[in-house]
Design a protein around this ligand. Structure first.
Ligand SMILES: Nc1ncnc2c1ncn2[C@@H]1O[C@H](COP(=O)(O)OP(=O)(O)OP(=O)(O)O)[C@@H](O)[C@H]1O
Length: 722
């Protein structure tokens, strides 16, 4: 932090001289702008030098550190700091707050401390509480600030500054409007980038919200839901140190979408993150086919959870007398004792219960063997020579082989150590293991689910709420797994519990989390959450029992097979009434000219909401061409070429009904040609909609058309069939 000598004068000079777009209005203004840029360049240079020094220090410390177990946590933290600093190249410094008290604070991608450890930081991390006014201070609520400055940089060079006085002389709905509009107008690269320098108030409120329970964020297309979701991950990992130990799960709608957002969190230095779709959450299972909407809807219903619990529950053994054979003799464990053993593991997953019961069985058998021996010893004491001989023989067998103590106490009773050895032998004995396996078999989730889904009678027994037609539809599906099978497999795998050895050590927290189906995350973020079925929500809950979940989505863009038209319906099965709602209201992506077309489409989709308000106009009117069906593909190819020329250096995407994709792919190999569902969450500079009526004709087609219309940042073209 620096203190200005004459705060009021300094601020006034610059802010009156520099307009929001950074262009000057007079020679005096030009001079003020140059001086402001020079001042910020000086600061940026010092921040870069400090960052480089810290990187060098950390590198030296990491390379000289011994791999001491006790040091692991500290080394992990150092490595994280090192990675964050090393990656903090672009926009190292992007903001400045001038306090009413004359203090000056710079805000940047990472925090940088001065040489003096206890002193004020040189640069505030954008997530630090002290940086918050940069995103939320207004003229009405200046939060102790006199001015906010956006510093525009290209690599290590300051190229401009945009000042906003917070004294009421300039009122703007947007924070750092110049910088924001410049960011929104940039050509799209095909990858989302971080927006730390231009986050808006309503976005910041959600990013920094408490993470103690489910937070559901509704926002229309382009309102920055993905931006908010990803920056919230970065914020939570910064604000809650322990969250990095558990990792954060980011669930997106498709692999294509995950590729689109893949660079944002690494660029912010965050690596304790696992990205997946609901279909790829199970480490060893892959979806092998599409499915009908009817089946997706049936198998997405919450009722499957109880059905599967009953199904797995039915396979737990019932209490009955158990007769075990050990060293040629039979031992009986009465049904009452078995019932007690079973009761003691009630509520545990199948395999964990099995493991615990098997252990108790080993104990009981050991006790029975020891008791019988003691009885024999008593008899021996009473002088039965032949029994003595049997005991000796039996003991020789029991304590063989293995190098342990081979003798017994002088009185013939087993010592504690010998009893332990006996118990160990029973626990490792193959015959006993076979007996336990026959009594309580280990099960495989995939076999269990396919066994249930292909057996109509079994389905009718465990899923009685399905109609006869639904039972038939489910039981006659083909073999490879479909998307709606994944939550069923996950539910059964969870009810069964893990078997086998834990995954090998090594790798990062994210590697561990990725490899383990049952990993519990510190937080889960879901994008396009309106698409999740009730059973997919259960998958989320299993991975985050604390319910520290942020779900962003647009209920009006819902295209999934479920019939939810409100968030209350969508999340009732998962959270009941206990969730918090938030809303994003401003559309950043799609220009006003295009958003004006979306109102009627949204109405046709059955929504009572209005589309979000577009923040900017691009000056390009959306266009429509009517085309004969036979000309469609060729016209689309020509239109795409023209768009590519106009948006040279940017991106173009095509959206069409599913049945036209193949025909278009044949002529358009260098641009994405997607259905509306596949285009979810994506954006391009220009979008071409081919046969929009066809898009609207599908199931939930108007919602699909709403998605399709809102993918462009600049130009929208439509080819309508004659
Ligand atoms: N504060 C911001 N600063 C800069 N760019 C932003 C900001 N907020 C949103 N954007 C940009 O606006 C576009 C839309 O954002 P985003 O994809 O997060 O919206 P969305 O609500 O998830 O949209 P959709 O529901 O259509 O998928 C992106 O290019 C994003 O980078």
């Amino acid at each position: 932090m620096r203190r200005k000598s004459a705060p009021d004068n300094g601020i006034t000079d610059v802010t009156t001289a520099v307009t929001r777009s950074g262009t000057s209005t007079s020679p005096a203004a030009d001079a003020a702008r140059r001086s402001a840029v020079a001042e910020e360049q000086e600061f940026l240079d010092s921040a870069i030098a400090r960052r480089d020094t810290l990187v060098d220090h950390l590198q030296a410390e990491l390379s000289s550190a011994a791999p001491d177990v006790l040091e692991r946590a500290r080394l992990r933290m150092l490595r994280q700091q090192y990675e964050q600093l090393r990656r903090a190249q672009e926009r190292l410094v992007f903001g400045r707050l001038d306090g009413l008290d004359g203090t000056v604070r710079h805000v940047g991608r990472v925090g940088l401390r001065n040489d003096d450890e206890d002193g004020e930081p040189l640069l505030l991390d954008w997530r630090a509480p002290a940086a918050r006014p940069f995103y939320t201070a207004t003229a009405v609520d200046p939060q102790g600030q006199a001015r906010r400055r956006h510093i525009r940089t290209t690599g290590p060079v300051v190229v401009g500054v945009d000042d906003e006085p917070l004294d009421g002389t300039m009122t703007a709905e947007l924070v750092g409007e110049g910088a924001l509009l410049a960011a929104l107008d940039q050509r799209r690269t095909g990858h989302m980038s971080a927006a730390i320098s231009t986050l808006q108030r309503e976005q910041d409120d959600i990013i920094r919200a408490e993470a103690t329970g489910p937070l559901i964020v509704q926002g229309g297309p382009g309102t920055g839901k993905t931006v908010v979701a990803l920056h919230r991950v970065a914020y939570l990992l910064f604000a809650h140190a322990t969250m990095a130990d558990q990792a954060v799960l980011v669930l997106g709608p498709s692999p294509r979408f995950l590729r689109y957002i893949a660079q944002v969190l690494p660029a912010l230095g965050e690596t304790a993150v696992v990205s997946a779709t609901c279909d790829t959450l199970l480490p060893d299972i892959r979806v092998g086919r599409d499915e009908s909407r009817t089946l997706a809807e049936i198998k997405g219903r919450a009722l499957w959870q109880a059905a599967l619990e009953n199904y797995v529950g039915s396979l737990f053994p019932r209490p009955r007398e158990l007769k075990l054979r050990w060293e040629g003799e039979f031992y009986v464990i009465p049904a009452g004792t078995v019932a007690q053993v079973l009761a003691s593991v009630r509520g545990r997953p199948y395999h964990r219960a099995r493991e615990a019961c098997a252990e108790q069985l080993h104990h009981l058998l050991t006790e029975a063997v020891v008791d019988r021996r003691e009885a024999l010893m008593h008899a021996m004491e009473e002088g039965f020579e032949d029994i003595l001989a049997r005991v000796d023989r039996s003991m020789e067998q029991d304590l063989r082989p293995g190098g342990g103590p081979t003798g017994s106490d002088v009185d013939g009773l087993l010592s504690e150590e010998e009893i332990d050895i006996l118990r160990g032998r029973i626990g490792e004995n193959a015959t006993i293991a076979r007996f336990v396996e026959a009594w309580w078999p280990t099960l495989d989730a995939e076999e269990m689910v396919s066994g249930l889904l292909t057996d109509r009678a079994l389905l009718a027994r465990f899923v009685p709420r399905l109609s006869a037609a639904e039972l038939t539809a489910v039981s006659t599906e083909p073999a490879p797994w479909a998307p709606s099978d994944i939550p069923l497999l996950d539910a059964v795998a969870d009810l069964l519990g893990e078997t086998g050895a834990p995954p090998p050590p090594g790798g990062s927290v994210a590697d561990h989390a990725r490899r383990q189906r049952g990993w519990v995350y510190g937080h889960v973020v879901i994008d396009e959450a309106q698409e999740l079925s009730e059973m997919q929500w259960q998958m989320v809950l299993r991975r985050c029992p604390s319910r520290s979940v942020t779900a962003v989505g647009d209920i009006d863009q819902a295209e999934a097979a479920h019939r939810h038209t409100s968030w209350a319906q969508a999340v009732r099965a998962a959270f009941g009434e206990r969730w918090t709602a938030a809303e994003l209201t401003i559309c950043y992506r799609t220009p006003r000219e295009v958003m004006d077309l979306t109102g009627p489409v949204l109405k046709r989709a059955g929504s009572h909401n209005s589309p979000p308000r577009a923040v900017r106009s691009c000056g390009i009117d959306p266009w429509v061409r009517t085309v004969a069906p036979a000309e469609l593909a060729a016209t689309a190819a020509r239109a795409v070429r023209q768009l590519q020329q106009r948006w040279h250096g940017g991106t173009v995407g095509v959206i069409a009904p599913a049945d036209r994709i193949a025909e278009l792919h044949a002529v358009l190999s260098d641009v994405p040609v997607l259905t509306a569902v596949q285009a979810k969450g994506l954006e391009w500079d220009a979008a071409l909609l081919v046969d929009p009526q066809g898009i609207a004709a599908g199931p939930r087609g108007w919602n699909g058309l709403y998605v399709a219309l809102t993918r462009c940042t600049q130009e929208l073209g439509q080819l309508v069939l004659a």
